[in-house]
Structure formats: structure tokens, C-alpha cells
Design a protein around this ligand. Structure first.
Ligand code: NAG
Ligand code: NAG
Ligand code: NAG
Ligand code: NAG
Ligand code: NAG
Ligand code: NAG
Ligand code: NAG
Ligand code: NAG
Ligand code: NAG
Length: 892
């Protein structure tokens, strides 16, 4: 249908307004009419939405109104606007619930408010990142931009930035709380590109739409519109809740025998899209009629045999981003269908990544307190450190590679400060340089300043400070770790409490210590960190929850097993692309190929390494790269693959791991590898214990716990000693510690290993990894494929359960073992595996129990081989079976 970028925007201009049906809950809504008179709330009659003035959310800018002639074309909430003739960056600060999912909409109607008829262009920031450039190209058109965003702080900043192309302004800001488990992405937020009520020629929003999404109509010649009104009460909804009025219309192809095609050309082929297709049958079909169709995406099968149900919403959506030069969805009638395909509504979102983390919350709180305590009049708005170009005046920050920026310099010299030195400064824990000189501060120099561990420069010159200088500060100054300047404080040390000598010393230090070495070295650190940040600027991250550079502030602080954290940290290397070429000898030897890239053999100082080059074409390669670097930088365990270094030069992204000589577990199980080792029962148990220990570390050793999400036998690698290590953390997720016990996410992972519960509910828990591990354990025991390649496509767990029911252990275990194992040991392993693959997650054991039980199973086998020898295998002890009764074929 060849949609253009401005589709949503232009259609919204002619949004036909909903007539009030009944007042609906607006509790998850924040509706701000910018520039409306302070303290005034009003209800827009057409929508029933209640708006509040923006006065509580911003202190700057001026309130203006659009030209009166335009009023009757627009809703009351955009009649006013706030314009920002002063200051480069002006910000709204809106309190929200951290971690909730919001639809955020910003509206801009210029309406020639200033009588100049000059259309401005300016930047819009969301938090620490640029969201987009607002380019007003028609004074009487309202531009509406939407994003689905999960804030990581208790507030969001929405800022207008003057880029020298006219005065920024904003008309309205609307936030709508969405269910957390809809519109899921792996990474990034979703910007609305199109939201179309197909077959309709008008638009809808609240209160037809409970989420107040804007739906625009679209009616093209190549489609035949259908319209069969549905009563809201009789429509069976799903979580996406497309309004009944939107679902009442649909389109089918104008030519009944031709496919229905929806296609568009992205502005940038690298853009990644999430598409939501909403269906319901709106016609009553006769007995001999069927409507069934397949959907192809760019010619490849996407979904099959869709048969929309009468008055019941079905939403089909992509679980990962779609990209390409052209995106083409074709709806093709199946052979048995008598009716052409239909679709009722479509939503297309573009992935927008916000790479720059917000400044560390503790620093933001502290600087905000300092600002209010001293009434600092500087233009301090929005995020203190980011974007870097708009750093607050008087601050300097560090920008760790993937962590939140931290404030390291506070310069409030000559800022008219008065009163005492405030303890809130202490909360700027990374502060290296504090300059409070040339103010009117009084009171004593507080002892607490010595608690700022990183403080290197303290300048208190030319104030009214009194009392003696705390000995702790004097000590630091003597040691040379602090450059202390306290001159021109007439009352300092003159109150009699301090002795003359110390004062002299203080002043001596004063002169002596304001020397450049300390400054230079501090500057050096900053420059170095900035350089690292620059190299890795594109190393994006989702939010500030997961961090890895500063161990002490990080929510993930794994208990390191044996090895020294700092040593390991320093071993992590950043390599250039030319280094990578050298290491791999120009990609000479391929050792593996996966979905996200190719793995090459390389050498660093004669030590073999595995170099995974992420293919730029892999949509998620980039995000998985980021996820993996983040995780492996912090996580170290003998049963987790370790990261030697990485390369991040533009499209050249490489991960360099320790080399695992013996490939992956599956190759050995299936005998695919040329030189496979036949694993004895003991070997198998050792590998199982290793893999379980790696998982146990992720779940119990890491805080917050980590879900691997892709445990499978190809992700268990073996080194030269056949020690097993878990690899491929590209899909891993960190479980938030805020009390919720699951992560709601799109389905990832590998068929056959995927927790059926997760498949149904989209709920991800530690028990999902336990399930996958159970499948691996079954593979280890049986050497059978996870899903048989025959017609029935039997899952390994179904196959095993049928044999367990018969008590037929001999048929379960890999026949090549020829009975060379301790029966009890095998039964124990089968029991564990069976419990792990229980469809009910509550019945699955926790990972620490699995490790203990597997070790016991190993001990039984060792007892046999060590003391009994192969012949004792017939002295079978009675076996206690307490197999889980839930161990039954899965519902699929
Ligand atoms: C306006 O609405 C806000 C919340 O939307 C509420 O906090 C405030 O009290 C209301 N003000 C008046 C004057 O009703
Ligand atoms: C909107 O505001 C009106 C009057 O200010 C009030 O009566 C009504 O309850 C509000 N509606 C909602 C849904 O908050
Ligand atoms: C936002 O939250 C902060 C801290 O809880 C509070 O001080 C402030 O008044 C709130 N602002 C608004 C506009 O409600
Ligand atoms: C601006 O938009 C209005 C309403 O859509 C339209 O009538 C007018 O022609 C447009 N003006 C320009 C300069 O494009
Ligand atoms: C309708 O579509 C069929 C199949 O694509 C094509 O063969 C036929 O020419 C089309 N008819 C018209 C009138 O376009
Ligand atoms: C379906 O049945 C109706 C009569 O009930 C008949 O008129 C129509 O031709 C049939 N359609 C098809 C496709 O067989
Ligand atoms: C639709 O998909 C099914 C299942 O894959 C396939 O058998 C059938 O041939 C497809 N039909 C068309 C018209 O593509
Ligand atoms: C911040 O750091 C930069 C570079 O390190 C330096 O040029 C600048 O003067 C510093 N600004 C302040 C306010 O200290
Ligand atoms: C420092 O931060 C903590 C935690 O946010 C807060 O409780 C405390 O009041 C702050 N201290 C000062 C002096 O502002």
C-alpha cells in the first residue's frame, strides 16, 4: 500500500472525534495541556479526557496560544502551547512509575502563535537521549509523535532543544499506561510509524480506545472495504484491546483471486520494525464457506492457516524486529478457503534505541538537592550529564562504557552560595573535584568532606568559613592525595580552637598543593575514560539496571569464585578490527557458524581463542553482542565460557572467547563431529554436573539472578579436558529484583528446549532454564534427538515418559553404553530430568537441588567403577521410584 513516513501524522490531522459513549477509567493517564493557565484543569468535551496545566512540570518557557481561527479545527488541549525563547534545553519532569510501560505522545501545533509565521525545527529529548527532530512544516498541522517506553527512573524528562532553527515549543504531552506484556521488544523502545484502522475513513482514539491510541482510517483502491458494526460488549478481546469500532471494518483484496498485499519501504533498511496485525471475522459465514489464509513476509512463509474467529480478536505480531529494503506482507488464500483474506487493523512500530543511560540516580538526587538548598539559578534542566553536549554548566561527568554516567566535578565557584556546606554533597560519591570558591559560605569546614573517597581537589577559597580545618582533610592533604585550598577565609582557624601551626600548614598546603600534577592526573583519568566511552559510544544499553563497570554500585555483583575480580576485569581487552584480522589470520579458519555470526579460530600470544564475528545482517546480532558483553564482563565461573575481549568498530563487532577444543556437547551426542569421544556414563554425569553448576551460578551466584534463555546442547561447550561450560549469552536476561519473579518477554530460545509454560504465558522464570536443562539431561542420558525427525515429531520427554511408565530403563539409556552403568545412578538422573521437564514449573526442582542430586548420582557411579568393577552391575539394588506424576506428554 506504499505508506509514507508521514502517514500517521497526516491522518491524525483529520482525526474524526469520538463521541462520548461512557466515561472510562483514566487512572493510568497523564494528560498535560502545555501552556494552559496554571491551576486550571479542564475536560475536552469530544473525548472526555481530563487535562491539567503544565505548570507543575516545568519552570521555564512562556505560555502562548494559537491563532483563534484554528481553534475549531483542533481539540482544546492544543489551543495553548509553551514556547522556549530562553535557554538551550528546556525540560518537563513528569513523575511516573518506574518499570511500567507507557505510550508517550508529544504533540506540536505551531498555529502561528507568535504571528511570525516562521516554522521552527528543534530537537526533542527523552531523558538522556535525543528522540527525534521536530520539523514543523505546516503551521496548521499538528504533529504527534508516539513512543512505547519503559522508564528506568521515577520520572521522565521530555526536553526541547534549541538547535538554532527557530524557537522550540510544545503543545501537549500525554502518557498512557499500557500492560507490561504487550508490545514487547528484545531491546529498545517502539516508535509509532502507522496505526491504521483498515477499511475505515475516519480516525478514533479514547474513549473508543482504552489505551488512547490514535487510529487513522485508510481506504485504498486496491482494497475492498468491509464494514459490519460490532458491539463493544460482544467482541471477545485480547490483551491488545483494539477497539470494537476499529475491528468492525476490514479490507479484502479488490480482486478476489489476488493476494492482499501490505508493503512499505523503510527510510533506512537498517530500521527494525515490529508489526501487529489485528483480525476478527466480521461476517457470518455460511456452512459451506471458509476463510483461511497464509501470510508471507517478503515471500517467505510467516504464519499459516489463519482463520479469524467471529467477533473474537486475534493479534498476530512479530516477536523480533523485521528489516529490509522493502517489507511486504502478502495474505494468500489457502487452497481450501472459499473467501478471500481479511485484515481489520495494523500497527507498525519502529525500534528506537536509547543508548545513553540516564545519569546515576543517586547523583541526580544529590545534585537536585544541592540545587534547591543553595537556590542555584543556573539553567540546570533535564539529565545532568547527558546528552554530553548539554552537560549542566559547572559539572563534569564520566561516561562508563555501559554504565550510568557519574558526576565527578562540581564547580559552584562564584555562584552566590551562602549558608553552610551542605551534607548532600556527600551523596556525590564519585566526586573528584569540588570548587566552592568565591561564595559567601559560612560555618565550619565539615569533617564529612573527607568521606568523599575520590576527592582530589577541594577549593574553598574566598568564603566566610570559620573554625578549624578538620584533621582528616589536613591528613589527606599532607599525604598528597588531596589538593586543599582554603585561603581568603578570614575567620578560618581564628576562633582559638585551632592552633596557629595547623593554620599555617593549611595555608602552606594551600599554596603548595594547588599544583598541576594532581589536576593533570585527574584530567588524565577523565580523558582516558572519555576516550573509552568514545570508542564504545555505540555500545548501547537499555537502561541503567544492568551495569558492569563499577562493581560497587552495580546491582549485579556476582560472588566471584576464587578469582580476583580486578584481575579479571583488567584482562578484558578491547581489540581493534585490525587486531581481530591479526588474531584470526584474516579469518583463515572457520570453527562454527550460528544464527548471529561466524566463529573463527584465532591466536593471542599463541593461546587459541574463538572469535565470533557478528554478522551485520543479523537483526539482533547487535543487541545480543551488547547483552553478551555486559554479562560476560561481570560473570566468571569455571562452567561459564569466559570472554577474553571484544571488538566494536562500527559494523565490525567481535566477541573473543576462550577456545573450547572439543566443540559442543551435541556434536558428541549425535556423533556429528569427526573426532567424537564416546562418553561413558561417568563422563556424561560430569558434563551434566558442570552444566548444572554453571546454571546454578547464574541463578544463585549472581545478584540479580540471570536467566540464560537458551540452554541447549549446542550451547554447552567442552574444553580439552571435556570440562563443560555454558556459552551464548546473547539472549540472557537479568531478572529484576523488585519483587516480581518473572520477566515478561517475547518468546526466544530454541524449539524443543523451550519451557512450554513460557510458550503459553510468555512468563520467563528461572524454572524455564531448568526445563531446558532437563531436556539437555535427557539428551545426555539417551543420545536421542530432542525432536524425532519422523512424522510424529515426538519430543524427547514424551518418548522417555512412555518408557518410564513401563519401567523400561534399558531402552531409555543410550544403548551404546551396553549396560555399563550403575542402575541407581541412571534412575536418579532420569528422575531429575523428568522432574525438570515437568509441564508445571512448580514441580521442577530448583537448580541447587539438581546439582546436589546429580553429584549423588555421580558418586553412585564412581562407587561402582571404583569398588565393584563392571561385573557388579548385575547386583541391582531395589530402585525407589518417586517419579513425578506430572511427567506426561506436554500440552503443545
Ligand atoms: C488537576 O488535576 C491534577 C491531577 O490531574 C490534580 O492533582 C489537581 O489537584 C487538579 N487541580 C484542580 C484545581 O482541580
Ligand atoms: C474529569 O474531570 C471532571 C471535572 O473536572 C470530573 O468530574 C471527572 O470525574 C473527571 N474524569 C475522570 C475520568 O477523571
Ligand atoms: C514528583 O515526585 C517528587 C518526589 O517524589 C515530588 O517531590 C514532586 O512534587 C512530584 N512532582 C509532581 C509534579 O507531582
Ligand atoms: C497546511 O495544511 C493545511 C491543512 O491540512 C492545508 O490546507 C494547507 O494547504 C497546508 N499548507 C501548506 C503550505 O502546505
Ligand atoms: C486478479 O488476480 C489474478 C491473480 O493474481 C489475475 O490473474 C487477474 O488478472 C486479476 N484480475 C484483474 C481484473 O485484475
Ligand atoms: C453455499 O451454499 C449456498 C446455499 O446455501 C449456495 O447458494 C452457494 O452457492 C454455496 N456456495 C459455495 C461456494 O458452494
Ligand atoms: C499455506 O500453508 C500451508 C501450511 O504450511 C501449506 O500447506 C499451504 O500450501 C499454504 N498455502 C498457500 C496457498 O500458500
Ligand atoms: C570538564 O572536563 C573538560 C575536559 O576534561 C575540561 O576541559 C573542562 O574544563 C571541565 N569542566 C569543568 C567545569 O571542570
Ligand atoms: C543521601 O542519599 C540517601 C539515599 O538516597 C538519603 O537517604 C540521604 O538523605 C542523602 N543524604 C543527604 C545528606 O542528602
Amino acid at each position: 500500500m506504499g505508506m509514507s513516513r508521514s502517514f500517521l501524522v497526516t491522518f491524525l490531522g483529520c482525526l474524526v472525534l469520538a463521541v462520548l459513549i461512557q466515561a472510562q477509567d483514566q487512572s493510568g493517564f497523564i494528560s498535560i495541556a502545555c501552556g494552559a493557565p496554571a491551576g486550571v484543569n479542564f475536560t475536552v468535551p469530544n473525548t472526555g479526557l481530563n487535562y491539567t496545566s503544565d505548570a507543575n512540570f516545568i519552570n521555564t518557557g512562556v505560555s502562548r496560544t494559537i491563532v483563534p481561527e484554528l481553534r475549531d479545527q483542533f481539540l482544546q488541549n492544543v489551543w495553548n502551547l509553551r514556547s522556549f525563547p530562553e535557554g538551550q534545553r528546556n525540560c518537563y519532569k513528569i513523575n511516573i512509575t518506574r518499570g511500567s510501560k507507557y505510550l508517550i505522545r508529544a504533540s506540536f501545533l505551531y498555529g502561528n502563535y507568535d504571528g511570525l509565521n516562521m516554522l521552527p525545527k528543534f530537537d526533542l529529548l527523552l531523558g538522556a537521549n535525543r528522540w527525534l527532530t521536530v520539523n514543523i512544516n505546516n503551521a496548521s498541522v499538528s504533529l504527534d509523535f508516539e513512543i512505547i517506553y519503559v522508564p528506568s527512573l521515577d520520572y521522565v524528562h521530555i526536553c526541547m532543544v534549541d538547535t538554532g532553527h527557530g524557537t522550540p515549543f510544545i503543545s501537549a504531552i500525554e502518557l498512557r499506561t499500557l500492560r507490561i506484556d504487550i508490545y514487547e521488544t528484545r531491546f529498545g523502545s517502539l516508535e509509532t510509524d502507522f496505526r491504521v484502522d483498515l477499511g475505515s475513513n475516519r480516525g478514533y482514539r479514547y474513549n473508543y480506545d482504552v489505551y488512547d491510541r490514535y487510529w487513522s482510517g485508510a481506504d485504498l483502491d486496491t482494497w475492498r472495504p468491509l464494514n459490519f458494526p460490532i458491539d463493544a460488549d460482544s467482541l471477545v478481546q485480547n490483551d491488545y484491546k483494539p477497539p470494537a469500532v476499529v475491528m468492525s471494518t476490514a479490507i479484502t483484496p479488490a480482486n478476489v483471486s489476488a493476494p492482499l498485499v501490505i508493503s512499505w519501504k523503510p527510510d533506512d533498511p537498517k530500521d527494525s520494525f515490529y508489526v501487529y496485525l489485528h483480525f476478527t471475522e466480521i461476517q457470518v459465514l455460511a456452512k459451506n464457506q471458509t476463510r483461511e489464509f497464509n501470510i508471507t513476509l517478503n515471500g517467505n512463509p510467516w504464519t499459516e492457516n489463519i482463520s479469524p474467529r467471529y467477533h473474537s480478536v486475534n493479534t498476530i505480531y512479530s516477536t523480533s524486529g523485521i528489516s529490509g529494503e522493502k517489507i511486504n506482507f502478502s495474505f494468500v488464500m489457502t487452497e481450501t478457503s472459499t473467501l478471500p483474506p481479511i485484515i481489520n487493523a495494523i500497527e507498525i512500530y519502529r525500534v528506537k534505541e536509547f543508548p545513553q543511560p540516564d545519569t546515576y540516580q543517586g547523583d541526580v538526587d544529590a545534585i537536585t538537592t544541592i540545587k534547591s538548598v543553595y537556590g542555584v539559578t543556573r539553567d540546570w534542566q533535564g539529565d545532568p550529564c547527558s546528552p554530553k553536549d548539554y552537560l549542566w554548566e559547572g559539572l563534569n561527568c564520566t561516561y562508563p562504557v555501559v554504565d550510568s554516567p557519574r558526576i565527578i566535578t562540581l564547580n559552584l565557584s562564584s555562584s552566590g552560595l551562602s549558608g553552610k556546606i551542605d551534607p548532600s554533597i556527600l551523596n556525590l560519591t564519585m566526586l573528584e573535584k569540588l570548587d566552592l570558591s568565591n561564595n559567601s559560605l559560612d560555618g565550619e569546614v565539615p569533617d564529612f568532606l573527607s568521606q568523599l573517597q575520590h576527592l582530589k581537589i577541594l577549593n574553598l577559597e574566598n568564603n566566610n568559613l570559620s573554625g578549624s580545618i578538620p584533621s582528616t582533610l589536613v591528613e589527606k592533604s599532607k599525604e598528597g592525595s588531596l589538593s586543599l585550598s582554603v585561603g581568603q577565609n578570614p575567620h578560618l582557624c581564628e576562633s582559638g580552637q585551632c592552633n596557629e601551626k595547623e593554620k599555617e600548614k593549611g595555608e602552606e598546603e594551600d599554596k603548595k598543593n594547588i599544583v598541576t600534577p594532581v589536576v593533570a592526573s585527574a584530567g588524565g583519568v577523565v580523558i582516558l575514560l572519555l576516550a573509552v566511552a568514545a570508542i564504545l559510544r555505540t555500545l548501547k544499553r537499555r537502561n541503567s539496571k544492568a551495569s558492569m563497570v563499577e562493581k560497587d554500585q552495580s546491582p549485579i555483583s556476582p560472588q566471584y569464585t576464587g578469582q580476583d575480580d580486578s584481575l579479571l576485569q583488567s584482562k578484558k581487552q578491547i581489540y581493534s578490527y585490525s587486531d581481530v584480522l591479526n588474531i584470526t589470520n584474516n579469518f583463515n579458519t572457520i570453527v562454527g557458524k550460528g544464527g548471529s555470526g561466524t566463529v573463527y579460530l584465532g591466536y593471542i600470544d599463541d593461546t587459541p581463542v574463538a572469535v565470533k564475528m557478528l554478522s551485520p545482517s543479523s537483526v539482533h546480532g547487535y543487541q545480543q553482542f551488547q547483552a553478551e558483553v555486559k554479562l560476560l564482563m561481570r560473570v566468571h565461573h569455571k562452567n561459564l565460557i569466559s570472554l577474553v575481549g571484544y571488538c566494536n568498530e562500527g559494523d565490525n563487532k567481535a566477541l573473543i572467547y576462550e577456545y573450547m577444543n572439543n566443540g559442543n556437547l551435541q556434536e558428541h551426542i549425535t556423533g556429528k563431529r569427526s573426532k567424537t569421544k564416546f562418553f561413558t556414563w561417568e563422563d556424561r554425569l560430569r558434563i551434566a554436573v558442570d552444566a548444572a553448576s554453571g546454571l546454578e551460578y547464574l541463578q544463585n551466584g549472581c545478584k540479580p539472578p540471570i536467566i540464560h534463555r537458551d540452554v541447549k546442547s549446542t550451547n554447552i561447550l567442552l574444553n580439552e579436558h571435556f570440562q563443560a561450560k555454558l556459552s551464548d549469552f546473547g539472549l540472557s536476561k537479568i531478572i529484576p529484583t523488585d519483587g516480581s519473579t518473572h520477566v515478561s518477554t517475547v518468546i526466544a530460545g530454541t524449539p524443543g528446549y523451550l519451557d512450554p509454560e513460557y510458550y503459553i504465558t510468555n512468563r520467563l522464570t528461572e524454572k524455564s532454564d531448568v526445563y531446558s536443562f532437563g531436556v539437555v539431561l535427557l539428551e545426555i542420558i539417551t543420545s536421542k534427538p530432542v525432536i524425532t525427525k519422523n512424522q510424529e515429531k515426538t519430543h524427547i520427554s514424551q518418548w522417555v515418559s512412555s518408557l518410564v511408565a513401563k519401567g523400561d530403563i534399558k531402552s531409555i539409556v543410550d544403548s551404546r553404553l551396553e549396560g555399563d552403568f550403575d542402575n541407581n545412578s541412571v534412575w536418579k538422573a532420569v528422575e531429575i530430568a523428568a522432574a525438570c521437564v515437568s509441564p508445571n514449573p512448580n514441580r521442577r526442582p530448583i537448580i541447587s537441588v539438581i546439582v546436589t542430586e546429580l553429584k549423588e548420582s555421580l558418586a553412585m557411579e564412581l562407587a561402582r567403577t571404583k569398588y565393584g568393577g563392571p561385573d557388579s552391575r548385575d547386583s541391582v539394588k531395589p530402585v525407589t521410584m518417586n517419579l513425578n506424576t506430572e511427567f506426561s506428554p506436554q500440552a503443545r
